[in-house]
Design a protein around this ligand. Structure first.
Ligand code: DAH
Length: 341
């Protein structure tokens, strides 16, 4: 009986030698180690063996089983090694190829330009001041010289919140009040960046949300010429030192006098083209001398102090710098658009 185990072992080894790929090895494994395979058959045969010989038979049968399993595992390793060698020899893997570059995120074009703008004003001595996007109606309008029912409120269509008296700020100008109240009666030179919201029809030229940068300087001797010089320096740093500006009379309730600031068209250099609607000028921002009432609301004495202020739209600047013609791209989250910046 024990000699039949020797035959079994040599037969198993022989068949293993003929298994030349992993599929053949799996077939071998089932044939020898499956539920009804040769090994379990030979273990079952122990019942027919005279009791005296059983321990010896059992030990031997187990030794054969272990031997065959080890031979199988070794054969599998060799096969796997060979497969890898072959793949490498075929050139399937070129380990000298550079890895695939992962694509990290990048800053949104508005953020890039916002930072550039803040950088320029930083050089000019303006420090950033962060105000809030949810604002009191009283600060967004009232303290900026627009009491309830003032007709000028119509210039800003407003998103209201469920909390009475609180709105989404329609411009960054209410931040002026917070900045002045913190600094008064000392001198103040700040830029206030941030998102603003307006309840408007979305078109290629107007969005319901956009960034503004507000500027504010208050002191004992702040003049209109300081405003003009600051804005010219800013525009030349952003659009090139050949740029010219002009101030056009306008109206804002929180400044007196108020003005729109234009720069000569960057496309036709003032000759007149589609971008500047044949005027030769591009409207860049609103500005003015801080209204005495607003100075007072900010905690300054308008008899001794004066100030200038301005506000510009960041997306409009990005559009001018990049030649974009549709403001809706900004919040469409289209990667094809964003990755151009
Ligand atoms: N807040 C104005 C707007 O959103 C822009 C503006 C105009 C800001 C004149 C100013 C200013 O500080 O002096 O239309």
């Amino acid at each position: 009986m024990a000699s039949s185990l020797d035959t079994l072992l040599s037969q198993g080894i022989e068949e293993l030698r003929l298994a030349l790929d992993e599929a053949a090895l799996r077939t071998w494994q089932t044939r020898w180690f499956g539920k009804t395979g040769e090994i379990s058959q030979s273990l079952k045969r122990i019942a027919q063996i005279p009791a005296a010989e059983r321990p010896e038979y059992g030990q031997k049968a187990n030794a054969v089983k272990e031997h065959l399993q080890a031979a199988h595992d070794a054969a599998l390793l060799v096969l796997q090694d060979n497969t890898l060698e072959n793949d490498l020899a075929k050139g399937g893997i070129d380990i000298t190829l550079p890895g695939r570059r992962s694509s990290p995120g990048r800053l949104h074009p508005s953020t890039q330009t916002l930072r550039k703008i803040l950088g320029i004003f930083g050089e000019l001595g303006f420090e950033p001041f962060t105000s809030h996007e949810v604002e009191e109606d009283e600060v967004n309008f009232g303290l900026l010289n627009m009491p309830a029912h003032h007709p000028a409120r119509d210039m800003w269509d407003t998103f209201h919140t469920t909390r009475p008296g609180w709105i989404l700020r329609t411009h960054t100008s209410p931040g002026q009040i917070h900045a002045m109240r913190r600094a008064a009666p000392g001198p103040l030179r700040v830029v206030l960046p941030g998102m603003c919201y307006r309840y408007e029809q979305i078109t290629s030229r107007s969005e319901i949300m956009f960034h503004q940068v507000e500027g504010l300087a208050v002191g004992e001797k702040v003049h209109l010429t300081d405003l003009k010089g600051t804005l010219l320096a800013f525009i030349q740093r952003l659009f090139g030192d050949k740029r010219k500006i002009r101030l056009r009379s306008s109206y804002f309730p929180f400044t007196e006098p108020s003005m729109e600031v234009d720069m000569d068209c960057i496309l036709c250099l003032g000759k007149g083209c589609g971008l500047c609607k044949k005027t030769g000028w591009l409207e860049i921002l609103g500005a003015g001398m801080v209204h005495p009432t607003v100075l007072k609301n900010g905690g300054y004495d308008p008899e001794t102090h004066s100030g200038f202020a301005f506000g510009l739209g960041v997306e409009r600047i990005v559009m001018l710098l990049s030649g974009m013609d549709d403001i809706r791209h900004f919040w469409a989250n289209d990667w094809r658009f964003l990755k151009q910046f």
